[in-house]
Design a protein around this ligand. Sequence first.
Ligand SMILES: Nc1ncnc2c1ncn2[C@@H]1O[C@H](COP(=O)(O)OP(=O)(O)OP(=O)(O)O)[C@@H](O)[C@H]1O
Ligand SMILES: [Mg+2]
Length: 285
Amino acid sequence: MIAQVPPTSLLARALRAPAEGLFRNRVMAISSGKGGVGKTNVVAGLALALAKQGQRVVIVDADFGLANLDILLGLSPQNTLEQVLRGEKVLEEILVEGPHGIRIVPASSGVQELTRLDGAAELRLVQGLQRVAEDADWMLVDTAAGVHDSVVKLLMAAQQVLLVATPEPASLVDAYAVLKVLHLRDAEKPVRLVVNNAQTAEEAGETIQQLDLATRRFLGRGVEALGAIPHDPWLLQAVREQRSVVDRFPDSPSARAFESLARTLIEGGEWDPASLPALWETPQH
Ligand SMILES: Nc1ncnc2c1ncn2[C@@H]1O[C@H](COP(=O)(O)OP(=O)(O)OP(=O)(O)O)[C@@H](O)[C@H]1O
Ligand SMILES: [Mg+2]
């Protein structure tokens, strides 16, 4: 059988396919309405912060259009998911080890559709992900931006969604669009918001409030925040060095914000808005 199957659809089915309870770890897809708001940086920063706090983390790069997680972390994967789907490799063979023992399932840029994919390809992916998930506490899935059907499928397959937005009006409007699409598919879908790249704590707080108000008014359900990450020149410097800011500049505002997000996730508690201003304090180096 020759079929054109987007890898995202296969991944979505693979994440959902296992019987209840097989994925004991927490599968979280990172999403945004608008592109370029910092999803990949959030995935990398959060993964590192979780790992530094003793969690076992696997990242799945599911942005098949512009995969760049490996570049961000200075890794050079020899193999890609494409080879697993084609049956040339098993998932373990393509895993790349990153800092603090995080493991990355790399995508391959520009591979939107694969030919000759069938049930066997899906099974290889399901079984591979299950094996990898066996010894992980968190599986973070980096996705492409927007509400393309294949991305939404992936978001619906994950146990929870982390929506990244910046205070920019276009980002807010597009984040609302994602929330609406997810809400229409499943009104109970666990979705949390991270505001990235805010210049001030006030700006971050207002962004959270605006989205919460809009969703309350139009969808009848507010959106919970997981936290916020300041605009941070140290993050840009770390990106240039192909290192994670959490590793390279652990005292920088964004690194401290990632640590705080990770703590909230691990403790399973609610985010405290009163913790916002401290993140914008001048870093000490
Ligand atoms: N908190 C921040 N402070 C400063 N710069 C940031 C911050 N977050 C992200 N950036 C910068 O914004 C740009 C986009 O980030 P990133 O690639 O993570 O976005 P993305 O949402 O994954 O993009 P895409 O939609 O293309 O996948 C990068 O140059 C990154 O370094
Ligand atoms: Mg990205």
